[in-house]
Design a binder for this molecule. Structure first.
Ligand SMILES: Cc1cc2nc3c(=O)[nH]c(=O)nc-3n(C[C@H](O)[C@H](O)[C@H](O)COP(=O)(O)OP(=O)(O)OC[C@H]3O[C@@H](n4cnc5c(N)ncnc54)[C@H](O)[C@@H]3O)c2cc1C
Length: 396
């Protein structure tokens, strides 16, 4: 490194704090800007596996994430009247994967990563980049609220609907690939009085689920439905809530009650299942990372791991190569093949969680029964994901 660089990072989710962590360790001065007034929590459990777990170890955060791992013991499918049709014991599957995979609530991981950087990094909440102009030496960044800054580099870690991507590469519709479904997740009281259990109810093209968190005191609701791309304002939760009510009208089990409970959820999350596929991940002094650059969709189960590995490798290349544009290019060249392998996992996820017909639901339920066996022998989706998640070797 010739001199410390000032690097503006947009987004304090997973990728943003992770990249900030490694940039500080290499002597740079990152500044994190997060649009929401405080950390944006919410979301389902996310997985850290393979090489991403090694990244957490190198950050010294592996013990913290192991302590916070989720504790669901059983996955059950139910009929419309709530009677359970089968239970899958998850503990043996976890044991089969051993220490190679950690499932943690996204909220907990966001907090752990933030704590790891908050003493060393300037963090600005409640602001967003409005405009960017760059030349050979710097980037001039204008904000919605704060004063204009001149920085050496900008990293867009602002998620699936990235503002930095929009400003540098244009319309999201052109750069995202719809996978045919929408997802909503939010936290509610443990209305169904579940104990360390996830419960899943399917009708063709729709799924409603609930699982416990925080020692069974609270629960998360997950709703999924198949759909062609819809014209939705992702900044308008009221419109998203109305859409859920329409799409889940008449659905059996406790679905109506679960949807009603979304009104009071502090962390209501709604998004499309789509993948970000960009022709390139950087433009001059501005790079994108995490979901903003290569979001594989929650269906791949690999969004978080890719963000963590990508952050480590990006900082490594910036330290190794003096010219930032070349460093970004080398980072992408080395990491893109692994990202594409991970993105290819997503299509299997949709057919498993959201069968399109009654026959599909029946077949899926039969296959769930053999999951523990497949996990034991490293086969099935679990085996595939594990192989892909270990395919990158971290430089020393
Ligand atoms: C609320 C929420 C719930 C999620 N739930 C799941 C889930 O259940 N399962 C799953 O697999 N994945 C989920 N994801 C996506 C998952 O977090 C990512 O796939 C992955 O961890 C990569 O993280 P990321 O940092 O790239 O993106 P994200 O985790 O999405 O973080 C992006 C951050 O950027 C912020 N941001 C957005 N726009 C701006 C802006 N203009 N200026 C500044 N900051 C901005 C956001 O508020 C957020 O904090 C969720 C994401 C969010 C935001």
């Amino acid at each position: 490194m010739e001199r410390p660089l000032t690097i503006l990072i947009s987004g304090a989710g997973i990728a943003g704090p992770a990249v900030a962590y490694w940039l500080v360790r290499r002597g740079h001065r990152p500044v994190l800007v997060e649009r929401t007034p405080e950390l944006r929590v919410g979301g389902h459990a996310v997985d850290i596996r393979g090489t991403a777990l090694e990244v957490m170890e190198r950050m010294g955060l592996d013990a913290a994430v192991r302590d916070a791992r989720t504790q669901i013991l059983t996955l059950s499918a139910v009929r419309p009247d709530g009677v359970r049709t089968y239970d899958v014991a998850l503990r043996p599957m976890r044991q089969a994967r051993g220490d190679r995979e950690i499932e943690i609530m996204r909220d907990d991981l966001v907090r752990i990563l933030y704590r790891a950087v908050s003493d060393d990094v300037e963090v600005v909440f409640g602001d967003s980049v409005r405009a960017l102009t760059q030349d050979d030496a710097r980037v001039v960044v204008e904000f919605e609220r704060g004063a204009t800054r001149e920085v050496d580099l900008v990293v867009g870690a602002d998620g699936h609907h990235s503002t930095i991507r929009e400003l540098t590469m244009g319309s999201a519709r052109r750069l995202t690939h719809h996978l045919g479904a929408y997802l909503s997740i939010y936290t509610v009281d443990n209305l169904l009085e579940l104990r360390d259990r996830a419960v899943l109810y399917n009708e063709p093209g729709r799924a409603a689920a609930m699982f416990t968190v925080r020692g069974n005191q609270r629960a998360k609701v997950v709703l999924l439905f198949r759909s062609e791309p819809l014209d939705i304002d992702f900044g308008d939760p009221a419109a998203q809530y109305d859409l859920l009510r329409q799409r889940f009208a008449g659905m059996g089990w406790q679905t109506a009650r679960l949807i009603e409970s979304a009104r009071d959820a502090y962390d209501f999350y709604f998004d499309e299942m789509s993948q970000v596929r960009l022709p390139r991940w950087s433009t001059g002094r501005v790079a994108l990372i995490g979901d903003a650059a290569f979001g594989p969709s929650p269906m791949s189960g690999q969004g978080t791991s890719l963000a963590l590995i990508g952050a480590f490798l990006l900082a490594h290349h910036l330290a190794a190569v003096p010219d930032p544009a070349s460093a970004f290019g080398l980072w992408e060249k080395g990491f893109r093949p692994n990202v594409e392998l991970n993105q290819a996992l997503a299509t299997d996820g949709i057919s498993t969680l959201l069968p399109a017909s009654r026959l599909g639901i029946f077949a899926r339920n039969q296959s769930m029964r053999v999951l523990p066996l497949l996990a034991r022998f490293g086969r099935g989706f679990g085996g595939r994901i594990e192989r892909v998640s270990r395919a990158v070797t971290l430089p020393r």
